[in-house]
Design a protein around this ligand. Structure first.
Ligand code: TXA
Ligand code: MG
Length: 348
């Protein structure tokens, strides 16, 4: 289906443009059935009014998203859940109290008001209150829940700046609210509260341990390898740039990783390939054709800069992008979940 090209307006606070004005204009656009990209603390979202079927369908089309992959519904505050929930399940209030606004998405039973397109026909709906000032002002002004996947073309790296959104969707959406780079840089944790055991469907900004500490019960982690994926989103290729990504899973010491990287880079270049490296700045001088630093290589720095780095290296005319992995604990588990999905090859 064709999507008409037109100008995308960019609204950035400052220079005499108050947050309130931006929120009002974005709210008007979304209530008029337009698509609005907005910053959150995790990644930029591409929003449509949950109660507007036409807008939701347009959202799937513009993103190129498979229609069996449901959307996260964004609300201004916990009370907004009443508009989409059929009932409030156990642990919901405790978790909302502790983690909202913030990078935790809760899957709960949904009511009949929510369009089937939003939930891909599932009896559940995913909700979250984002922590970004601009997102909350916009959602408050809109007064309707806003369905929003990450504001990128399906399958590619998520957007963490307004420039990323424009690179992917410029000319195809009405409006982008520019809030600068996202603070966390990796998507929310998705937690299913409709099962007997609360289950993490996607690791993210909130660690499993912190959820367990809050509700005092064991939390399960759904395996991405399950034959029938628990979260429809788990079965698609995700987060990948066009250039093949090679992920190096850590095993021994830092010195071991350094040697393995050196060897991979040397072998690639000997084979006539142009090799890029995305990693801690201590790896800057290993002889790659292009390098993008991830600070000192902590999970927080990986999360914040990883998608930007994948996008930057993807425009550098490389034949592969090598990424040293992290131990899969805490935020590192979320980082590795994304890198594994982005990777064309995983080296152990
Ligand atoms: O941080 C985030 O979560 C960002 C910002 C924009 O809020 N959004 C985001 O949306 O990452 P998206 O569409 O890229 O990922 C949504 C994930 C998918 O894996 C989807 O399958 C899952 O949430 N999901 C949504 N609704 C669901 C439901 N009812 N049951 C199970 N999984 C669901
Ligand atoms: Mg996404």
């Amino acid at each position: 289906m064709s999507v008409h090209r037109r100008d995308t307006r960019v609204l950035r606070p400052g220079h005499g443009l108050p947050v309130k004005t931006i929120a009002r204009e974005a709210a008007e656009a979304i209530l008029a059935g337009e698509l609005v990209a907005f910053p959150t603390e995790t990644v930029y979202g591409l929003g449509a009014n949950v109660f507007d079927r036409r807008a939701v369908n347009m959202l799937f089309r513009v993103k190129g998203r498979p229609t069996d992959n449901p959307l996260i519904v964004h609300i201004a505050d916990v009370g907004g859940a009443e508009l989409v929930a059929q009932r409030i399940p156990p642990y919901f209030e405790t978790l909302a109290e502790r983690f909202w606004p913030g990078p935790l998405t809760l899957v709960i039973p949904r009511n009949a008001m929510v369009d089937d397109a939003v939930t891909a026909g599932l009896p559940t709906v995913a909700v979250r209150v984002p922590a970004h000032e601009l997102a909350r002002a916009f959602l408050g002004a809109a007064g309707v829940p806003v369905a929003a996947p990450s504001a990128n073309v399906a399958g590619g790296p998520s957007p963490t700046t307004a420039e990323h959104v424009l690179a992917d969707l410029g000319g195809r959406i009405a409006l982008v609210i520019d809030g600068g780079p996202c603070r966390i840089g990796i998507e929310s944790t998705v937690l299913d509260l409709t099962r007997r055991t609360p289950t993490i469907l996607r690791p993210g900004g909130v660690a499993a341990q912190d959820i367990e500490d809050t509700i005092g019960v064991h939390v399960a982690v759904a395996s991405g390898a399950a034959r029938r994926p628990a979260s429809p989103g788990m079965k698609y290729r995700h987060y990948a740039p066009t250039t093949p990504v090679v992920l190096l899973v850590p095993r021994g010491s830092g010195a071991d990783m350094m040697r393995r990287l050196q060897r991979l880079i040397r072998n690639g270049r000997t084979a006539g390939m142009r090799v890029g490296l995305l990693g801690a700045r201590e790896f800057a001088d290993l002889g790659a054709d292009a390098f993008h630093p991830l600070g000192s290589g902590t999970p927080v720095e990986y999360a914040r800069e990883m998608y930007n780095g994948l996008r930057a290296l993807d425009t550098a005319g490389l034949d592969m992008i090598i990424v040293p992995g992290l131990p899969s604990v805490g935020l590192g588990a979320a980082v590795m979940n994304r890198l594994r999905k982005a990777a064309a090859r995983i080296v152990r």
